[in-house]
Design a protein around this ligand. Structure first.
Ligand code: ATP
Ligand code: MG
Length: 155
């Protein structure tokens, strides 16, 4: 069950929401973003990076061809895009999980591909296209700390 749902009405709305969350995130937090093409995952990461103090305008984009991009912000951001990943085992073999819990913020697009490998203390956000510019974001987290943090930041 999602502990929080949010309806975004525009790209700007999604970015602002993500920026608020970015300001609140703490060392080692991991975000798993799940959802179809164009549902707003990369848009969300742009806002998140801004909230975390990353200032290079327009630099955040989908790392589809490189799997990982690192942004130097208040905390280092490890931005993964696993769209091109074929098997769960590949995430391990490319050393992906060395970046998760390594002192920064890990944010993983297409995280549904590595569901079973994700750390337990992970904030999962599912993105749904609801027609036009409407997107619905569902938040899941087993850890009370993350639930509290998210609710305080955007609830
Ligand atoms: N409410 C909204 N929130 C986010 N993006 C929106 C919204 N409304 C429209 N858009 C548009 O939808 C697209 C979202 O693209 P984005 O790259 O963020 O999706 P994605 O989930 O990362 O896709 P992919 O799986 O291909 O990486 C952008 O073109 C954006 O302008
Ligand atoms: Mg993307």
């Amino acid at each position: 069950m999602a502990f929080l749902k949010y309806i975004s009405e525009s790209e700007k709305d999604t970015k602002q929401l993500a920026a608020k969350l970015g300001r609140a995130l703490e060392e080692n937090d991991c975000l798993a973003l799940m959802g179809d093409f164009g549902s707003g995952k990369t848009t969300f990461v742009k806002g998140l990076a801004k909230g975390l103090g990353f200032r290079k305008k327009d630099y955040v984009c989908s790392p589809s061809f490189v799997i990982l991009k690192i942004y130097r912000a208040r905390l280092p951001i490890y931005h993964f895009d696993l769209y091109r990943l074929n098997r769960e085992a590949d995430a391990e073999s490319v050393g992906m999980f060395e970046f998760v819990g390594a002192g920064g913020i890990a944010v993983i697009e297409w995280a549904q591909k590595v569901k079973r490998l994700l750390p337990k203390e992970c904030l999962t956000i599912k993105f749904f296209v609801r027609g036009g510019k409407k997107r619905e974001l569902h938040f899941f987290a087993p850890a009370p700390r993350l639930k509290k943090l998210v609710k305080k930041a955007i609830g």
